[in-house]
Design a protein around this ligand. Structure first.
Ligand SMILES: Cc1cc2nc3c(=O)[nH]c(=O)nc-3n(C[C@H](O)[C@H](O)[C@H](O)COP(=O)(O)OP(=O)(O)OC[C@H]3O[C@@H](n4cnc5c(N)ncnc54)[C@H](O)[C@@H]3O)c2cc1C
Length: 451
């Protein structure tokens, strides 16, 4: 049905309705005009589905953006729709440097509209409310739409329930007063404001248990905050309360930075499992001891983003409990019980008995985007896709003056038993070269998604 005819029918129905209403009632509703056409609601269809295969991508972060762009290139006959709640893209990678003003906001924010127009996919800024896999339908705050293939790239959510059970009030107070700033939203700006207004005292960071988003980045953040204190002569001390029993990855490189650069600024505490937090009294109790703080970055445990839960994509463990992560085929990245639904990036669950989870990094999410775009393009063309594996590369800045970074690289291959194997190379020696590589990496990745 053409848009004009639909519009005509809708207008006709509205006119008939108004006429009937006019007959039945003389109240204020009778004279209420029709609402504007583009006021969306979850009950409406957002866009009719035509004959072309439609791929709906939920979540426009590192994984989703890459998928949308490359699908249009690899499967030009497919219609691609990207659904994202944020109006602009804000990069978590490089954000620790942004916190201490080494780069400005324009370096880590990017425009969704221009890139979607350039590559011919449709960008809809909306909240994804429901995913009905049975009906192959996604319901958003702007309306519903049907899909042939679905790519879910939701990132992570904070599992405050692990700390506070169902006490939403204390979870909300913790999140608003002491945000983790581990998802792309206003928390990063709140954290930056807190840092730049910090007058001194105890700055505490709780580190979540694995699997977590970008495991080395909290240590980088601690180094950047400590460097900021040192450079600005702020009498502050960063205490890292780590759930793990030691610093990983790039442990020796980070530990050298803590002791050689920040002896008076960083205290590292392993095995600090959180027992309780009082955001009002600013107190935290852990297995490794209790602390009061002046400011804190309170990172609750991580799980797959809420979209994966809405899609009923979360796996169960042997006790029948949720694993917290999407239950995908390790090689093909589709849900084990649904070949037309792919989950990529941080939300991906267990993939190997050797290393359990891929690193939850932007590098991997970006590669998953390329891989899944190619898989779907092959299927649209009527062919069977061949399995492809990602790699991973992370640079972590540890010193602001001189600027120095360390790095970690992971490679993957499938062994003779069909199991994915990981090799890891840590570069613990801090250097200026790695800082240059880091910014080059970021520039290339931003180009990959936005040019
Ligand atoms: C401080 C910090 C530093 C980091 N440094 C690095 C680094 O140096 N290198 C690296 O490789 N990685 C780094 N990372 C990790 C990286 O940010 C993540 O791994 C990456 O963002 C994962 O991509 P993704 O696509 O899975 O999720 P995301 O990029 O988080 O994208 C998910 C998207 O889904 C959207 N969304 C979620 N729910 C809904 C909904 N209901 N409706 C609509 N939209 C929704 C979100 O708004 C978001 O845009 C860092 C992370 C942090 C926090």
């Amino acid at each position: 049905m053409s848009l004009d005819r639909r519009h005509f029918l809708a207008a006709g129905a509205g006119a008939a309705g108004a006429l009937l209403a006019g007959c039945a009632s003389t109240g204020p509703a009778a004279s209420r005009p029709a609402q504007p056409f583009f006021i969306g609601s979850p009950a409406q269809m957002l866009m009719p589905k035509g004959k072309a295969p439609r791929v709906v991508v939920c979540g426009g972060g590192w994984g989703g953006l890459t998928t949308a762009k490359y699908l249009r290139q690899l499967a030009p006959s497919a219609e691609v729709v990207l659904l994202e709640r944020n109006p602009v893209f804000f990069s978590c990678p490089i954000s620790n440097k942004w916190l201490v003003d080494m780069v400005d906001t324009s370096f880590i924010t990017h425009d969704y509209l221009r890139v979607s127009a350039q590559h011919g996919y449709r960008f809809v800024q909306c909240e994804v409310l429901e995913i009905d896999r049975g009906a192959r339908r996604v319901v958003t705050s702007q309306g519903a739409l049907d899909y042939d293939y679905l790519v879910i790239a939701p990132g992570i959510r904070y599992n405050y329930e692990a700390w506070f059970g169902n006490d939403r009030a204390i979870a909300d107070a913790t999140r608003t007063r002491f945000p983790a700033a581990y998802v792309s939203n206003a928390e990063h700006f709140a954290l930056k404001k807190a840092l730049h207004g910090f007058k001194g005292g105890d700055w505490v960071m709780t580190l979540p248990p694995p699997p977590q988003r970008c495991p080395p980045s909290p240590y980088e953040r601690a180094c950047m905050v400590a460097w900021y204190f040192k450079a600005n002569k702020i009498k502050g001390r960063v205490t890292i309360l780590d759930h793990k029993d030691g610093v990983r990855p790039i442990g020796p490189g980070f530990r050298a930075a803590f002791t050689e650069l920040y002896k008076d600024y960083i205290t590292y505490v392993p095995n600090a499992h959180v027992q309780s937090i009082d955001p009002f009294k600013k107190e935290i109790k852990t297995d490794a001891g209790d602390m009061k703080f002046d400011h804190a970055v309170l990172m609750a445990p991580h799980q797959a983003g809420d979209l994966a839960w809405k899609a009923d994509a979360i796996g169960l463990n042997s006790q029948g409990k949720y694993t917290g992560w999407a239950d995908v085929d390790p090689l093909m990245l589709n849900l084990k019980n649904d070949p037309n639904v792919y989950v990529i990036g941080d939300a991906v669950g267990f993939v190997s008995p050797q290393f359990a989870f891929y690193p939850k990094s932007a590098h991997v999410a970006n590669q998953h985007g390329h891989i899944v775009a190619a898989y779907i393009a092959e299927r649209v063309a009527g062919r069977s896709p061949k399995a492809t594996l990602p790699d991973n590369l992370c640079y972590m800045m540890v010193n602001g003056d001189p600027r120095e970074a360390i790095s970690v690289q992971f490679d993957y291959k499938v062994n003779a038993q069909g199991v994915i194997e990981q090799t890891q190379i840590d570069i613990n020696q801090r250097s200026a070269d790695l800082v240059r590589e880091n910014f080059r990496w970021a520039g290339l990745k931003f180009d990959d998604m936005f040019s």
